[in-house]
Design a protein. Sequence first.
Length: 199
Amino acid sequence: MSFVDHADVFIGSTGDAHTFVVLNRPIRGADRLLTGAGFTARTINGRSIYLLPPTTSEEANERAGIAMYGLLSHTHDLVDLSWTTRHSPQDPGPEPDLCFTLTDTALTATATTSAARSLLEQHGFTPSAGSSYQAPGPVSERDLLGAVVRAESHAYAHGLLVHVDLGIPTPDAIPAAPQRTSTAVPGGPATKPTRRRTH
């Protein structure tokens, strides 16, 4: 599995500035909501992906916001780690205070300001080499994703610039969906992932 597989809805950005939405379970009306917001449906590595081509951060933010608003009426298990909704690729602006890099199942964080370092330490990250920090651990991949979501939301609330690198250079590199096995217990309900709130 990869980090994009741990929520009903995952919104992220590729290295070449596409905004993408991955649906990890069927959601009624999602195709209409997403295409109506300007996303294009594509099948990549055997899974349905919704893509928004590189554009300004204002437009990406508006289109993703419309989609999120509609999807939140069906699920609150939604994670948004897109940088394209906050920074325009044509005008990247100043260096971020805080950078998270998620590659496969690994996570690293880099802080360039004292405020960002303090925030990471509040969230249990520990200093490593130079300006790098290690995630609290050992924890599961889902817990690592939760740690990033909480720290990133906290950073934005304090006006810090954050960049999340998902290790996905282009849309064609979005990982295939994992093989799912049933978690149903005979005579009992299926287990569900813990709900996560986003900013």
